[in-house]
Structures are given as structure tokens and as C-alpha cells.
Design a binder for this molecule. Structure first.
Ligand code: MLT
Length: 237
């Protein structure tokens, strides 16, 4: 039976062997939630960057640019990192490609590139991700983007939610990280948004008036698509 393990921070990735495994990269607040939303709204593909300047330069190749640092939209780009940037119609996104950089999420993606498959997970596409990894029948590592190398509640909760969905088909009891995430997921019931009010990034976003982003990002199964990161691009699987 394949196993599901959880890496609580990109800083811990050197301890994990990604070869031949599926990496599910998660940044619930907000990079992977926004990327899932972007693709659901008709963005053709996204190119993730770790650094700001090369991302901005993609405008000259016809890309929309999306950039966030410390929870705020960076200067001289089209979009920040709110999923509503892809929903509110202020910047038309259908049929466009997007160059994106965020504080933690895009970095976690690049650091996971050695995996056989790199997919992007969010509560918004939880069921679709569960179906995808069931089909692969390979060991899964959930890579939590965290915050600047540190543990965060919301990405770990996603790991627990995914483990719960896969508990019949995957070994979710051999890793203490997975067991801890499952316990945390139980503790967050029945109201995940209320539970997350104590998370440090929710407090950070609240101070930036992005509370509605958090409520949106904890919705489960809103989109039936799985973004995959391959050959430098994020596309729908
Ligand atoms: C990140 O990559 O660190 C984030 O998604 C931060 C945010 O925009 O909330």
C-alpha cells in the first residue's frame, strides 16, 4: 500500500526522497488556492518564479504578472496573490498566461521539482487531488509551503484533510507527521475557518484586510481540476 507523508516546511525537504513520488505542494493562504482559481477561470498556464524581477520581466512576453511579498501585492505588477484577483474581472484573465511569484508557495514548488509528479493542492481542489494520487498509486509527500521556513497551521490542515480522504487506500499511520496532521484536522472540525482564526498568517492577512480570502480558501471541492508543475509551467493535468 503506498504511503502518505507530510513535510511541514520546505526547509525539511532535504530529509525526504522525492524520486518516484508524488509531491502535493500546498500553500492554502494563498498561492496554491489562487493558482487553482486562476486555472479554473481560464488562465492557460502559469510560470512560477522564486524572485520578483524575472517575474516582472515576463510582461514583455505577453504574460500577466502576479506578485506578492509579505502578504501584499508587489509594485508594478498586474495582480497580487488574492484568488479574487482572478474572479473580480478587474483584470481579464481568460486565455491569458500568468507569471507568478509569492513569498513561500512558488519557492516550495521549485524545491519539489525532483518528484515524479508535482501537483498543487488546495481545499478548493481537495477531491480532485485525492483522485489524482489514487490513480498514480505512488507514495505521496505533501509539501507544506509554511511561512519563511516555519510550520503553519493551514497547510498542515490540508495534509490532514487529504490523509483522511485517502485513509482506505494509503498508509496514513506510519508517519508521525501524518498522524499529527490528522489529529489537527479533527481538532479543526466542524468549522475550519473559525479554527484558522488563530493562525499567524490569518492574523497577518486580517491586518491587510484579506479576511474574505481566508473564508474562500477553506471551501472544499469548489474546483475539479489538478494543476501540475512540469517543464517550468503550471498547467491543468
Ligand atoms: C506565499 O506564497 O507565501 C503566500 O501565498 C502568501 C500570501 O499571499 O498570502
Amino acid at each position: 500500500m503506498p504511503s502518505l507523508d507530510i513535510c511541514f516546511s520546505p526547509e525539511l525537504l532535504p530529509l525526504y526522497d522525492l524520486q518516484g513520488r508524488v509531491a502535493v505542494v500546498v500553500d492554502i493562504l494563498r498561492a496554491t488556492s489562487s493558482i487553482v482559481t486562476a486555472l479554473a477561470q481560464g488562465v492557460t498556464h502559469l510560470v512560477p518564479f522564486s524572485e520578483l524581477e524575472p517575474c516582472r520581466e515576463m510582461a514583455s512576453q505577453g504574460y500577466l504578472t502576479a506578485a506578492e511579498r509579505d502578504g501584499r501585492q508587489a509594485e508594478n505588477v498586474d495582480l497580487g496573490n488574492s484568488p479574487f484577483g482572478y474572479l473580480d474581472g478587474v483584470v481579464p484573465v481568460r486565455g491569458r498566461s500568468v507569471a507568478i511569484t509569492t513569498t513561500n508557495g512558488t519557492r516550495a514548488l521549485h524545491l519539489s521539482a525532483a518528484a515524479e509528479h508535482v501537483v498543487l493542492g488546495a481545499f478548493l481542489n481537495l477531491g480532485a487531488v485525492a483522485d489524482f494520487v489514487r490513480q498514480q498509486q505512488q507514495d505521496v509527500i505533501v509539501v507544506c509551503a509554511g511561512w519563511k521556513g516555519k510550520f503553519c497551521l493551514e497547510d498542515t490542515l490540508f495534509g490532514g484533510a487529504l490523509a483522511q480522504r485517502l485513509a482506505q487506500e494509503f498508509d496514513v499511520t506510519s508517519s508521525d507527521a501524518t498522524l499529527a496532521a490528522l489529529d489537527l484536522w479533527q481538532a479543526a472540525q466542524p468549522d475550519v475557518a473559525a479554527y484558522l482564526l488563530k493562525s499567524s498568517h490569518v492574523r497577518r492577512l486580517n491586518s491587510l484586510e484579506s479576511h474574505k480570502d481566508m473564508e474562500f480558501c477553506v471551501r472544499q471541492d469548489a474546483y475539479d481540476l489538478v494543476p501540475v508543475f512540469r517543464e517550468g509551467r503550471i498547467v491543468v493535468a
